[in-house]
Design a protein around this ligand. Structure first.
Ligand code: KG4
Length: 328
């Protein structure tokens, strides 16, 4: 069978990324132009600034992705931009660029759901991985337990009712003065701490999550006692949210009988969370954690998800629009 090259384009938040991926699994290039230094001074992503920087970067990043993959536009089979969820102005840059390429080159267009991209990051990391499996998706915008029945067939088993877990990490980091983006900084500082602070956990009958209570508890604790040890607070926060994630994931595994678990999303880069989930292997659960470089936003995971949409006949026309609150 002929190889299929997908050109992934990602601009949903603060990373402009373009990648060339072969047959959904092999990265030929994955260029990531991050805007973190630009947004750092504002303590978070400023949407208008993100859009403008995507416009400035997109052609340059695409050129680099083709060069590194040693291919030309002619070699690309399918154009696969992210079309949601994300910041609408940011999404529109990558999507419009992808639509223009599709039209000018007369190549098929496949819009990719960013969340499906986070799941697909694991197909690149693990060549043998195939659905069905349970995916715990933990990112800056989402926290969900997804039953991945097939490459393009998903069922949401549980989701956050308020904040995404990444938002909670970022908020905790801001409160204790670690800056943006908070997740990696909390991860690092927690390594020096003790898990000696009791924090609240919210439970539901079903597999939903809630992180606003614990986030508020950390804020209140720090405001009442600014001398509280920051490293202890970070580790206690990580331990409590991980317990919540593990409890619901085990319930999902019992409910479905599926014993393959995949992590995905930016927060799956967290070393404490990865270690705790890997311990489930002792209970007969096969656990996959994506390559650290593919946890946060990148176009290779988008190109991989786009490949599976394409081979399953899911193409789009040029009327495709950005959907900021797109769900799976
Ligand atoms: O998946 P992602 O790049 O964006 C979305 O698609 O939403 O996730 C970004 C989130 C941020 O909240 C960031 O703080 C968090 O992932 N993050 C981490 C770590 N690395 C990134 N959170 C905890 N520990 C980390 N090591």
């Amino acid at each position: 069978m002929k190889d299929i090259l997908t050109l992934g384009i990602e601009s949903s938040c603060d990373e402009t990324s373009v990648a060339v991926v072969k047959n959904g699994r092999i990265i030929l290039s994955n260029i990531i132009d991050t805007q973190i230094p630009i947004h750092e001074k504002y303590g978070g992503v400023v949407p208008e600034i993100a859009s403008r920087n995507h416009i400035e970067a997109i052609s340059r990043v695409t050129k680099k992705a083709l060069e590194e993959a040693k291919v030309t536009f002619e070699d690309i089979d399918v154009i696969t931009p992210t079309y949601g969820p994300g910041l609408v102005g940011a999404l529109l840059v990558g999507l419009s660029y992808g639509k223009a390429l599709s039209y000018a080159l007369n190549k098929p267009l496949v819009g990719v759901n960013h969340i499906e991209g986070h799941i697909a990051a694991n197909y690149i990391t693990y060549n043998e991985l195939k659905p069905p499996f349970i995916c715990l998706l933990v990112s800056g915008g989402n926290t969900q337990l997804v039953y991945v029945k097939d490459y393009t067939e998903f069922e949401i088993l549980g989701k956050t009712r308020d904040d995404a877990i990444g938002e909670a990490f970022d908020k905790v980091a801001r409160v204790v003065g670690l800056g943006y983006p908070g997740g990696p900084k909390v991860d690092k500082l927690a390594k020096e701490g003790q898990a000696n602070i009791e924090l609240p956990k919210t439970h539901f009958e079903n597999l939903d999550f809630s992180f606003s209570g614990i986030k508020t508890a950390v804020i209140n604790l720090h405001h009442k006692n600014p001398d509280v040890n920051k490293a202890d607070l970070c580790l206690s926060f990580e331990k409590t949210v991980t317990e919540i994630l593990v409890e619901n994931t085990i319930k999902a595994i019992k409910q479905t009988g599926i014993k393959t678990l995949v992590l995905g999303g930016g927060v799956s880069a967290n070393s404490y969370i990865r270690n705790e989930f890997l311990k489930l292997e002792k209970e007969g659960i096969k656990v996959y954690t994506p390559d650290i470089k593919l946890c946060t936003d990148n176009a290779a995971m988008i190109a991989s998800a786009g490949y599976y949409n394409y081979i399953n006949g899911k193409t789009n026309n040029l009327e495709l629009n950005a959907i900021p609150n797109l769900k799976i």
